[in-house]
Ligand binder design. Sequence first.
Ligand code: AMP
Length: 372
Amino acid sequence: MRIGVLGAGQLGRMLALAGYPLAKDFVFYDMSGSPSAGLGEVIIDRDGQYLEDFLSRVDRVTYEFEHLPVDVAEKLAKRTTVHPSPRALQVCQNREAEKTLFGQLGIPTPEWKVADSADSLRAAAEALGCPVVAKSITEGYDGKGQAVLKTPDDADDAWAGIGHPRVIVEKFVNFRREVSIIAVRGEDGDVAFYPIAENTHHEGILRYSIAPAPGLESHVQQDAEKYIKALLNELNYVGVLTLELFETTEGLVANEMAPRVHNSGHWTIEGAMTSQFENHIRAVSGHALGNVQARGLSCMINIIGEHGDIERILELPYAHVHLYNKGERPGRKLGHVNILADSYEELVWRVRNCAQFLPGSPEFKSTLTTKG
Ligand code: AMP
């Protein structure tokens, strides 16, 4: 089976690495002009001229990137099987549509409003009560296109800084920690849920994911499963879906979702019985889903901007290194290291030991290292 992947970055690369043992072939379709998957066939098509060519080479289509024109996915869906559906892509591209769907399905979100001018941003900030977070409705990721307003007087600067015609304004959530749940749904409607991961960001970029999230009460995992299941079923979704949430003293609050494999699920490569990548390939190919249980305790450390001393990390008996074959550049995701351990105490020690060889890594902080 030949799987066509829209997008050609490291997520596509890891999908292919998981798909080869199942005898899948991969064709990547790249509209950015800078593919980095580094394997499989790659079609670079900035202007959408080679869609027919792409279609002729694949048996079904999926995504590893969601910021591509929905009409491209819709055109493809008329001609071949596209998983997940273009509707999922459309919802995930638009924070207003996404938060509206969360509300319809009873998934808690921060209180929010929409603003389309500096004045309406100020009015929204006043109505919600500061602090608030303003985010561009479309095209934002890794914290880009966002501003925190400490008072409504920040509205003019925030509006100018974001530079978008429409923003969503959310009440600032005092979260205990950020978490994510990854689930997979097969063509037959079967659903499986990975354990929740605890995620630490620095300068808007994910740095560490610990899974299973330490100290998680079982009802929190159940709530997250209920929310993501509602989304999967509503969207008649096939493949891996990620839901990012804030854990607060009053329970989970949804932030956003991604219609694809996700950086907070990279721990599953060695840390789960079946990785998120293999399960996505299984699902979109119409196969049975694989076991999603954790093999032990894991922490994923992102390699950002510079590679650091990879040779030293390779010497660590508990570290698994994944490199994306990309050039160094500030803020760029170059690879990740998965650390496995039998106890959280051992995990913290191993993560710190590894992170010392990654000069760009912020100090390891998590609920394992701070009280509260
Ligand atoms: P996003 O692009 O929506 O994932 O936001 C990027 C980061 O900004 C999140 O990972 C949070 O750390 C922070 N953030 C976003 N929305 C809120 C919010 N409503 N309250 C508090 N922090 C937020």
